[in-house]
Structure formats: structure tokens, C-alpha cells
Design a binder for this molecule. Sequence first.
Ligand code: ZN
Length: 380
Amino acid sequence: MSLSASAELLKTLVSFDTTSAKSNLELIYYVEGLLNQAGIAAELVFNEDQTKANLFASIGPKDKPGIVLSGHTDVVPVAGQQWDTEPFQATLKDNKLYGRGTADMKGFVACAIHAFLQAARLDLHTPLHLCLSYDEEVGCIGVRTLLTVLGHQLVAPKLCVIGEPTLMQIATGHKGKAVYQAICRGQEGHSAMAPQYMNAIHVAADLIDGIRATQQQLAQEGAQDDAYEVPYTTLHVGKIAGGKALNIVPNECVVDFEIRHLADEAPQDLVEAVEAHVHEHHPKSVSWLNIEAVNQYPGLNTPTTIDAVRFLQACLPENTPLGKIAFGTEGGLFTQTFASPVLVCGPGSIDVAHKPNEYVALSQLDLCDAFLQQLIARLH
Ligand SMILES: [Zn+2]
């Protein structure tokens, strides 16, 4: 059986091990080569130590609002996972391509590049842009430098399509995420005299009490969006480390926590609510506690009634569902930069992402190809 051009390209993209901790340059140079062969110039925006790059390319008129096809080139690690096939060598089985990144999200990247090369032969009246980023999986890092550059040179797009895996359904929103690290201090001392010393783990417990109280309040009285399985903003402690030995009062405890918030909610307000709770209920702990913001990306909440949604629907099969997704994307950052409508739509399922034996069905790639063909048909 012969594979589609997009599926063949996906196989090549999978063969570049672009785990976030590694360089993505081989893949980026490969894509740049493909574009150059078709007479399209690509702009690379590198990270500080020049080991990774975003790629931006554009076809069609420069002075008009266009359509962005956006994807990330990095993938999550395979370490510690039991794969039945070689993760960086896409393997065809039962009309599915198995390999790391097939669903998240080199499948879309392959379809987007293929569509882009086809569109380059046409006389477009509406520009088409291709954005490929690095380090999405470690906190949407790379795309920020790209957006800083594009914010100055690109006319605000009519629509940005983020091709994260939605099984080719349209997602109009997702929650934002903010990551924090709390350093809880204490005083080391002999545990026989424990009450004479400040215990850093006890300070951490007081903080966690504040986090849980804030969560409870949000669940009961906070904003709700029933499009989400968990309809309210959530707070969660994911990691805690403290203490050296049982007979020493601990002098440090580090708590990592995150907030997954509805797009209209400000995570900083919730951190203040946590601090206010500690202040009220555990006043002695306040001065031993320091919360630092580590990373955050905004939520996405594109109105379902706008033209961009109808445009995308027209490019997809009839009755393609509209919904929201549980996971984050770079979409909110695009909205922040351009105030343009952002929609998420891509092949494959998030259910197989980040796991061993990740795959994308060939039928999903075909659907994506058909979608992008419909999209291009409306640009010329
Ligand atoms: Zn992804």
C-alpha cells in the first residue's frame, strides 16, 4: 500500500528525535530545505544558545490578514516507556502510523507542510503562514520568541489554527496553566525539642491547607464552564520535598503546585487567595513562606459565534463537533499577541499522546489533508 504524501513526510519527521531536551535543528533544516526547494523562504528564530529554532514561512500577499497553521516540533520523552515498535521510526500497522509524535503533533505538522507546498503553486489572495515552534512540551517556551518577532512584522491574522490532536474536531477553548514553587523555610534542631523550632514541613502543610481551601471555594462558588469535564479552575500540589532525617526538625520544604484556570480567571488572584487563607488560619507560617511563579500560559476562549468558526466549519465535514479540550496549547499566546481568533483542530487523539505506542490513524491524516485542501481552496 502506498502512503499519502503527508504520511510519508510524517515518517521522516518522526525519525528526527526532537525530544524537548534535545535540539530540533535537524528537523527544522529539513523543513527549511523542502520549503526552499519550492521557492519559499523560511525565517528561523533561534533560542539563545542556537540549539533550537522556530520556523516561520509565509506565502501570498504581505499586507493582508492571513491564516496561520501552527504546530510544535518537539515531543515528550520515551524514557521508561515500553514501546512495541521503535518510537523514532514510524511503523505502519493496521492503517495506523505508530511513533513518538505521530499524534502530538507531527501528524498535523506534516499535513500543514504538505498543504503549504501545494498552496505555494497558487496565486493566493489571502496569505497562508506556517509557524513551527520548539519547546512547547516544556511550557510553550519557543513560540514566545517567535511571537515577539511576528508581533512586529505580521499583519494580525484572520485565524490561527493550532493543530494539536482533536480527532479533527474543533476546539474553541482550553484552560490556562500557571506553575508555582513555594519555598517553605524552617529552623533545624533536635526533634526532641521540636516545638522550639519552626518546622518547614509544617509550614508546607499550612500552605497546602490554603491551596485546598481555595480549591474547595472555587469548586463551590467559582466560575463554571460546563464545556469542561472539570468545569471550574483547579489547584493541585504535584511535588513536595523536605526533611533530612526524622530526628532533625526540617529547615526547608519545597512545594510545586499548579493552577489550571478558566481563561477569564487570573491565577495571581488565586495565589493571593491562598496567601490570605494562610494569613488568616496559620499566621505564624506567613513569614516562612515564599511563593514564586515558575511558568504560565494563558487559557483560550474563542467565541463560538464568530466568522472564523464558521469558516473552519465550512472546511470540515458537516456536523463536525465544536468543543473545548482539557489540555493546553500555544493558542492563548497567539491570542495575546494578535487578538486574532484561535481554534484548535488536528489529527489524532490526545488519549494516545505522551504514552508508549502513540499513533495516528491514516484516516485522520487524510481528513486533515482534505480539511487543508478545502482551506487553501478558499484562499485563492
Ligand atoms: Zn502537543
